[in-house]
Design a protein around this ligand. Structure first.
Ligand code: OXD
Ligand code: MN
Length: 590
């Protein structure tokens, strides 16, 4: 045992009595213990050790084909009252859910070892950090948690001997039976139960389950925010850094923006971009009144396909050592890994992610699963911020929302104020692409990119955002919306994206500093076309004008869509958001 905390000890005892493992191992986080676990996983075939010269410390793992992604249909928020989970979550009465799952955990770890993983979300000792303990029968989970969190004995330091403020996570692979898979949150008990999966998003309980679903609920009660946002800093040639956060639905390039490489025109002047986080931000008002953010994680759980030296050199560099690859192709010639979009040279002598013989040159099936992942330590990232471990976080000047819209949203606009910004975030949407199954171009609303991750009623979540704005007052970050995905009549993207998105961030920062101009439109403030720097791009100012165009008819349609979406929330929808909608309609009709 690594702690004297009675709450931890009695809960672990209770779960041991339920799961009946042969052995219980407390994870202290020492290199010695981790090396032994790596060796055990390699010996049993759970993981494969990769090329020691090219990928030192790296491991390869494959999950079962039925277990490759988060399962929203089997993810539950079990608050005592159904209305506290809200219309966007699956709900079940907690008593009923405990009664259903307890027999499934009964004796589930017979013949297995239970690992007790203490971890901190956020730098140890940070006033914004929180402690979790995850119990699991998977070495893969232990080794991933070591990368994704501050794991081990030190995590208990923040808790002390008497506190009960820790998140209780119980995970068992069980039989990896998809019919009996459950990812269940009991926000009022600080508890997460996950069973019958071994895929990252379902089993690394510090990430989506704790740092978003449970933490969003804690944040509402304790006056802070847990958001699905990247955090980045832009340093100017004078050495001043301005920090922004940004929320986008999946498949909109969040990790790429977080690790952006400045285009030549800015790089030569001495501008730099620093990554604080690529997925989750915890935000709290500081003593000086400003809003501060920490990244609660310690690593990146990134999608491998599409990551390459051009799209995201910093992410690729992060994966070159001490990284765990899941469900990528295995190059048998040099014992390295490959995925679609890595380069134009797929291996011929390989196995695909299902461990079948695979020739990348001739096969027309994919070598890596589209949701294959790398788990890489944040400190591997060449552009990791020097403030990454700052316990007080970084001050946020702007918050950015965005989605994938072919025509409706302009390249960038600024909300009129915080309240209007909450409306902009609450009405965020993406259009489905050909990459997903189902119809193309269907608008999916995903407020603040939190639809699958909000641990309570989204109407109350919007109200919490509005309250935070009241508290922050003059210090509230400015709120923006961006859209990198406008297309021309042939369906081609107009804006170059990637590193060139910095050109838009520069206008955003100018607005925060009061140095950039804007024009008022019915949907918010926009740059003048000439205020977006296009030096070195092969687009002209008329193209920027098109990118900024607000089509009133499309926006009238948009307002109808928003009205339908808002109806879902019934009387939990804050009156302020209905008012924002009618104000928008009035401005569109002027
Ligand atoms: C993720 C997600 O894996 O949002 O980060 O799905
Ligand atoms: Mn995410």
């Amino acid at each position: 045992m690594l702690t004297n905390n009675k709450n931890v000890i009695s809960w672990v005892d209770e779960m041991v009595a339920l799961c009946k493992p042969d052995k219980v191992v407390w994870i202290d986080g020492s290199e010695e213990q981790l090396t032994a676990l790596r060796n055990e996983a390699i010996a049993t075939g759970e993981m494969e050790e990769l090329n020691k010269e090219k990928l030192p410390g790296c491991l390869l793992h494959r999950t079962l084909p039925n277990d490759v992604a988060r399962v929203e249909a089997r993810t539950f928020i079990c608050s005592r009252k159904e209305e506290d989970a809200g219309p966007t979550n699956n709900w079940c009465d907690p008593k009923e859910m405990y009664a259903k799952l307890t027999p499934m955990y009964d004796g589930v770890m017979k013949g297995r070892t239970m690992y007790v993983i203490p971890y901190s979300m956020g730098p140890i000792g940070s006033p914004l950090a929180k402690v979790g303990v995850e119990l699991t029968d998977s070495i893969y989970v232990v080794l991933n948690m070591d990368i994704m969190t501050r794991m081990g004995q030190n995590a208990f330091k923040n808790l002390g001997d008497t506190s009960n403020d820790f998140v209780r996570g119980l995970h068992s692979k069980a039989d990896i039976d998809p019919e009996k898979r459950y990812i269940v949150h009991f926000p009022e008990d600080n508890t997460i139960w996950s069973i019958n999966s071994a895929y990252g998003g379902n089993v690394l309980l510090g990430k989506k389950c704790f740092a978003l679903r449970i933490a969003s609920y804690q944040g509402k009660n304790e006056g802070w925010m847990a958001e699905h946002m990247l955090i980045l800093g832009i340093e100017n040639p004078q050495g001043e850094v301005t920090y922004v956060t940004a929320a986008f639905p999946s498949a909109c390039g969040k990790t790429n923006l977080a690790m952006l490489v400045p285009p030549e025109i800015y790089a030569k002047e001495g501008y730099k971009v620093w990554t604080v986080g690529d997925d989750i931000a915890w935000l709290k008002q500081g003593d000086d009144g400003k809003l501060y953010a920490i990244n609660p994680e310690n690593g990146f759980f990134g999608v491998a396909p599409g990551t390459n030296a051009k799209s995201n050199p910093n992410a690729l560099a992060s994966t070159k050592k001490n990284t765990i690859f899941t469900n990528v192709a295995h190059n048998l010639d040099d014992n390295t890994v490959w995925w679609e979009g890595l380069d134009k040279n797929p291996p011929e002598n390989a196995v695909d992610w299902t461990n079948q013989k695979w020739n990348g040159k001739t096969s027309d099936i994919k070598g890596a699963h589209p949701n294959s992942r790398f788990t890489a330590p944040a400190k591997n990232c060449p552009c990791i911020s020097s403030e990454f471990d700052n316990p007080n976080g970084v001050p946020i000047s702007a918050m950015i929302f965005g989605g994938r819209r072919a025509k409706t949203s302009p390249l960038v606009y600024q909300s009129f104020d915080w309240k209007h910004g909450v409306f902009v975030g609450a009405t965020m949407a993406s259009e489905t692409t050909a990459a997903a199954t189902g119809a193309v171009g269907v608008v999916r609303r995903d407020p603040m990119a939190m639809l699958p991750f909000c641990g309570y009623h989204m109407g109350d979540y919007f109200a919490h955002w509005l309250e935070m704005g009241e508290k922050l007052g003059e210090n509230a970050p400015k709120i923006f919306n961006v859209n990198w995905f406008r297309t021309d009549d042939e369906g081609h993207f107009i804006w170059p994206g990637f590193g060139d998105n910095m050109r838009v961030l520069m206008w955003i920062i100018g607005r925060c500093k009061g140095t950039a101009d804007a024009v008022e439109t019915p949907i918010g403030y926009e740059p003048k076309p000439e205020d977006i720097n296009i030096e070195g791009l092969d687009i002209d100012v008329n193209t920027v004008k098109d990118l900024l165009n607000v089509d009133i008819d499309l926006w009238k349609e948009e307002a109808k869509g928003i009205e339908e979406f808002f109806a879902k929330f019934g009387d939990k929808l804050p009156a302020e958001l209905s008012k924002q909608l009618s104000d928008l309609k009035a401005r569109l009709s002027k």
